[in-house]
Design a protein around this ligand. Structure first.
Ligand code: HAM
Length: 427
């Protein structure tokens, strides 16, 4: 019989990898909440028009990568390729701007882009996304990047570089667009067919082109950063000063344009050289016109998203976080001890300590092997003699030392070591 497999580019996240995901998510929530962001959950499906109007009709995401389909009534829908458009829609639809105290949001979840799958690039992938509304001050731009930097630092991530750029505004970008178009017209015959088209529809997008000969033409192209107006230039200077004040290292990259049309002024990406072609771990920027363009009030916004698969690949590759979760294994010998061990495991779990045992009455050696495989930090050993004396042996699996504890107080000792994860509200 032919086996049914998952859709190409869409991956299962298996129990053996899940602790990385949980750790990354927990760290993100911790930091985002400390910076005043509150979680928002929006649908995975939106009207297709939302993405076309926000991300841009002539971007690769909308032109080539959307999962788009008519529903049973013929309405055109799309699986979300990113979270910003949906959050802005919800922000407007629910009048969230009416509450000035809650103007920062985050979302964690799957996104969909029909790209060619390879390492670090999938058709269903996950983002941690953060959006802040209502503040136009460059201090916020720097704060957002600082928060991203702090997040990566807390995960133990090394070797990534923060690239920043300014994409100007509606005042200065049109003049640059003209300049770039005439440069591209002069080099038209050297451009790939996609860029031939882009130079008329959306010339800035040529910088995203992966074709080598286009990239070599673009080495000579004028860059936007040199054409931005004095207000944009002052904004960008302040962003850099603030980042320096926050001791957050960055590199100005005038050729970084980002793949979405809603940006203006500050844009940024976190780049790695350890994932081959998929070198962006996260990216974002300011999008002051977007809320208004989608029918809301004229409210500025800025945000970013991190690709969780890429982040976790990097953490697994490097010396980042450990996937070992605190865990106690109770090993028992003899029927009476097994019955007592069973109660002990439940007591530990009730107190919020992840605990397990072996139910089949195997030898102590076999139970220790299992404990080892589970990578627990402590094994509580309960034999017949110990049970009679009201004692247990506690083996620290990291330091490989062992000591005797009173059976009565071992739960409290483990709680003290591991902390109460989920204290039981009843009983
Ligand atoms: P983006 O640069 O398109 O920005 O995506 C952000 C991150 O998502 C990328 O840096 C990458 O790590 C990850 N990513 C994108 N596509 C894939 C894929 N096919 N497979 C795996 N990972 C992927 C945005 O999505 C904007 N909404 C960010 C933003 C928020 N700007 C303002 N607010």
């Amino acid at each position: 019989m032919r086996l049914i497999q998952a859709v190409r580019g869409m991956n299962d996240i298996l129990p053996r990898e899940i602790s990385w995901w949980q750790r990354v998510e927990a760290t993100a929530r911790e930091i985002l909440e400390d910076f005043g962001y509150r979680e928002i959950r929006t649908p995975l499906v939106e009207k297709l028009e939302l993405f076309a109007r926000s991300i841009g009709e002539s971007t690769d995401i909308v032109e080539k990568e959307m999962y788009a389909f008519p529903d049973r009534k013929g309405e055109l829908l799309g699986l979300r390729p990113e979270a910003t458009a949906s959050i802005v829609r919800a922000f407007i639809q629910h009048n969230l701007h009416a509450d000035p105290l809650v103007n920062k949001f985050y979302a964690i979840g799957p996104m969909f882009r029909h790209e060619r799958p390879q390492k670090g690039r999938y058709r269903q992938f996950h983002q941690i996304d953060a959006e802040a509304f209502g503040i136009d001050d460059p201090m916020l731009d720097a704060e957002v990047m600082y928060m991203l930097h702090l997040f990566l630092q807390r995960l133990g991530m090394e070797g990534v570089v923060l690239h920043i750029n300014s994409l100007g505004c509606t005042e200065c970008r049109p003049a640059y667009r003209g300049l770039l178009q005439s440069f591209l017209a002069d080099h038209a015959e050297a451009l790939c067919p996609d860029c031939q088209r882009r130079r008329h529809t959306n010339p800035l997008r040529v910088f995203d082109c992966k074709v080598d000969r286009c990239q070599s033409v673009l080495q000579e192209a004028p860059v936007l950063l040199q054409s931005v107006c004095s207000a944009c230039s002052a904004h960008f200077d302040r962003v850099q000063n603030c980042l320096q004040g926050l001791k957050t290292a960055f590199l100005v990259n005038p050729r970084m344009v980002r793949g979405l049309d809603y940006y203006m002024r500050t844009t940024f990406e976190v780049i790695t050289d350890q994932l081959g072609a998929q070198n962006a771990v996260g990216g974002g920027g300011r999008y002051n016109g977007l809320v208004k363009d989608l029918g809301g009030p004229d409210i500025p916004g800025i945000g970013f998203a991190i690709g969780m698969e890429r982040l976790i690949l990097l953490l697994q590759q490097g010396s980042g976080i450990s996937s070992v979760s605190p865990h106690v294994f109770v090993a028992a010998l003899g029927e009476a001890s097994r019955r007592r061990a069973f109660l002990l495991v439940q007591e530990l779990r009730k107190e919020g300590v992840a605990a397990d045992m072996e139910y089949e009455g195997r030898s102590l050696k076999s139970q220790m092997r299992r404990a080892d495989k589970l990578a627990v930090s402590h094994v509580v050993i309960l034999g017949e003699d110990e049970l009679n004396r009201g004692e247990v042996q506690v083996r620290d699996m990291i330091s490989k030392t062992q000591e005797v504890h009173a059976l009565e107080s071992v739960v409290q000792a483990m709680v003290k070591f591991h902390g109460k994860r989920h204290p039981c509200p009843v009983g």
